[in-house]
Design a protein around this ligand. Sequence first.
Ligand code: FES
Length: 72
Amino acid sequence: MARLVHITAKRPIKIEPSDKPVWVCACGLSQKFPLCDGHHKQCDTEQDGTVYTYDDQGNNPKPAAPTAPPEP
Ligand code: FES
């Protein structure tokens, strides 16, 4: 089953469960989810107000066809 998930975060979230900080993916593109692997840099070229799709490896951003907003 596939899902369409709208994520607007473009950077990881830093957590510090111990002495060593951990960066958790918030963009949804990491191949090492839940840890950030740097794929969020793909979001740098996104334009505000445009929805993008990515391939299965979190690369190749393309503007998506307009869709209705998700139901709450
Ligand atoms: S925040 Fe998702 S890969 Fe870095």
